[in-house]
Design a protein around this ligand. Structure first.
Ligand code: ZN
Length: 447
């Protein structure tokens, strides 16, 4: 059964409910770009789908970067003289600047102040701050609490460890029957933040689980890795095997109330761009497409000019464009299950179209082949042909090697699914062939 059956809203809603439960399990874990939080997250994902894990040692050169030291944290707090915790990592893991170096010291308020982060405009929210590549430590707190902190002295403790270790990522690979691969990448490095990034993890896991129950045509690779350094590490280790990559998507931020938003690949006219734009145009009235820019999430790495891959990004609100972004207000209450369901339904259709889309060639291109004698043309003479017959005619007409199925759907105005059905019937009748689609040939496809 194709993944597309998820277009049934009931099916997508059931999957969204399960994805939300997975998010609730993942929410308390303190994740970072390395460390045990990532491993614990992959353990949870692995209850749904098998993962091939990679542990890449600290110091490994990856493109222009190197794998950093591994970060783990047990506890952190700022306490008053009576030992009362005024800022407590155990109450919320956003209270510590992610990747803080260890600290254990008594300090005045004045000494502590340069290490405090709060949001005066949102005094009840804890900000999310990181310091991966500069040795630093700090605490994030509600601005309201900062105002009542007092002069000190304070006992300041960050019981963390920054030491040689590994960068961890996991991949779920679902083998296809035809040449070619497709990629879904989602980041796994944010601590207790829900829309960014637990929705990405849960939706990717849910879609991989659904796809595993079917037989895809392409080989699908779902990668769960940290942001930026994770995709850079994955690319460095997989550079030699990128040529079969037909399409890819970075996904995340899929549960807020913003409209579905597709960010085009750098090239802007790849097969991924055409398919996602087609699905959004025909599926969601409020959806929008934005152009590529070299800022955002891991699409920056996949689309860097040395790779130039056909990888776009699907989110609802893009990074940084909703007030709760990167703060404690991005919690499970921000995620709406019906929005998650719409995201899942849309991604299921995108994946099912990417999977079967192919350039086709009419094997009997001189004049119309006789469809009636092959049992393909059912209309009685004088009657207008039905939709399926129209689809057959459109496929035969445009199957000149320069169009793939999504281009035929676009040009004909007929649904992709009908065009695909017609193409399958014509292939069965040996009137049509799938062109062996090397990347080079695909680049020649009329956009
Ligand atoms: Zn983020």
């Amino acid at each position: 059964m194709p993944l597309q059956h998820l277009r049934d809203p009931g099916a997508a809603r059931g999957i969204a409910d399960a994805a939300f439960e997975l998010m609730a399990t993942l929410f308390p874990i303190c994740r970072s770009i390395t460390g045990n939080g990532v491993r614990a997250t992959l353990d949870c994902v692995e209850r749904w789908i098998p993962l091939e894990r990679s542990e890449v040692p600290t110091g490994t050169p990856v493109l222009d970067w190197e794998v950093p030291r591994e970060w783990n944290i047990r506890d952190a707090y700022v306490a008053d003289r009576d030992g009362r915790r005024l800022i407590d990592f155990k109450a919320h893991n956003l209270h510590v600047v992610n990747y803080s170096v260890p600290v254990r010291r008594v300090m005045t308020r004045e000494e502590l102040e340069p290490h405090l982060y709060s949001l005066p405009d949102h005094p009840d929210w804890i900000p999310y701050r990181t310091s991966y590549y500069r040795e630093h430590w700090g605490f994030c707190l509600r601005h309201r609490d900062r105002e009542t902190l007092g002069p000190g002295p304070f006992e300041v403790v960050i019981d963390s460890e920054l030491a040689p270790g590994h960068l961890t990522y996991g991949e779920c690979v679902i083998a296809g029957t035809a040449p070619g691969e497709a990629l879904i990448y989602t980041h796994v490095c944010h601590p207790s933040l829900a829309n960014d990034n637990l929705t990405g993890i849960a939706v990717a896991a849910a879609l991989a689980r659904e796809l595993r129950a079917r037989q895809p045509r392409l080989t699908w690779r779902f990668v769960f890795g940290p942001g930026t350094i994770g995709s850079i590490t994955w690319l460095a280790r997989n550079e030699a095997r990128l040529s079969p990559l037909r399409s890819g998507l970075v996904i995340g931020l899929l549960g807020d109330t913003g409209p579905l938003t597709y960010k085009r690949s750098r090239r802007g006219n790849t097969v991924t761009d055409r398919i996602v734009e087609y699905v959004l145009k025909t599926g969601s009235a409020s959806a929008r497409t934005i152009d590529f820019e070299p800022y955002g999430y891991d699409e920056r790495q996949f689309c860097s000019p040395g790779f130039d891959l056909p990888v776009g990004r699907l989110t609802r609100s893009p990074n940084g464009t909703y007030p709760e972004y990167h703060s404690s207000a991005d919690d499970l209450s921000l995620v709406k299950v019906e929005r998650l369901a719409e995201s899942i339904e849309t991604l299921a259709r995108i994946i099912s179209i990417i999977d079967v889309n192919r350039p086709v060639l009419n094997l009997s291109p001189k004049g119309e082949p006789r469809l009636g004698k092959r049992g393909l043309y059912r209309s009685t003479g004088g009657m207008a042909p039905g939709e399926f017959e129209h689809a057959l005619l459109w496929v035969l007409s445009l199957a000149d090697g320069a169009h793939d199925l999504v281009a035929i759907a676009e040009r004909s105005g007929l649904a992709f699914e009908l065009i695909n059905e017609a193409a399958a019937a014509l292939e069965k009748a040996t009137l049509l062939a799938t062109i062996d689609d090397s990347i080079e040939k695909r680049k020649g496809i009329v956009q």
